[in-house]
Design a protein around this ligand. Structure first.
Ligand code: CA
Length: 228
């Protein structure tokens, strides 16, 4: 059964929804806070997200905006009554549906089923990327090397995906930063190098030596080079 991530700070409501979902057979992960909810969503272990808008630390719309940079997990927004702007903004930002509080649990369950059906139809058009023995199934968020599954975080996955989509090209740190972290990223400028190191750390030595190359003074390239 699918796993549903519920990001909702009203504990009573969250508990109620959790029990109903579990009763239907879903696995439920609960987060009460926007920032933690986003981190959990980026791990990519859930099939659908129920996302409240008014949340501590990071509001639901901001969670959605950031999440959509790396993930297409279906999102149903839980909005306050009459917050028309929130609904419009949420849908514009890539929410799949919304529920206005207070809602009936039957309607929520029906919308969840509809959303999951749509998602599984999309999943059949799988996106597969590969280089050498490295394979990525984008829709299923799966990376394998020589048939062995490699567990990556959302950001590591997005970085590797971008490298695979642009394999043989030399990508500068700035290009990678913009494509994977977004134009408005503020923080350490060496973050790209840090994540390249994470990727190399998670792969075998052949990956570091034969596939992912540092181009001094420029950036990185993913391509097959033997005998180096
Ligand atoms: Ca709330």
């Amino acid at each position: 059964m699918p796993t549903i991530l519920l990001i909702e700070d009203e504990e009573k409501l969250a508990r109620f929804i959790e029990l109903e979902l579990q009763h239907e057979g879903y696995t439920v992960i609960k987060e009460f806070d926007g920032r933690q909810g986003l981190a959990r969503a980026e791990e990519g272990n859930c099939d659908l997200i129920l996302l409240d808008i008014m949340l501590p630390s990071l509001n639901g719309l901001e969670v959605l905006r950031r999440l959509r940079k790396t993930r297409e997990t279906p999102v149903i927004m839980l909005t306050a009554r009459d917050a028309v702007m929130d609904k419009v903004t949420g849908l514009d930002m890539g929410a799949d549906d919304y529920m206005t509080k207070p809602f009936s649990i039957e309607e929520l369950l029906a919308r969840i089923r509809a959303c999951l059906r749509k998602q599984s139809a999309v999943k059949t058009e799988e996106t597969l990327l590969s280089l050498d023995d490295l394979c990525m199934d984008v829709k299923r968020h799966l990376v394998t090397r020589n048939g062995q599954e490699i567990s990556l975080t959302g950001r590591e996955f997005a970085l590797l995906q971008h490298l695979l989509e642009n394999q043989t090209l030399v990508l500068s740190r700035e290009q990678l930063l913009e494509s994977v972290w977004g134009y408005d990223y503020v923080g350490e400028t060496n973050i790209v190098d840090v994540y390249i190191r994470y990727l190399r750390g998670k792969m075998d030595e052949g990956f570091a030596h034969k596939l992912l190359h540092t181009v001094r003074g420029v950036g990185y390239t993913l391509c097959r080079k033997d005998g180096q």
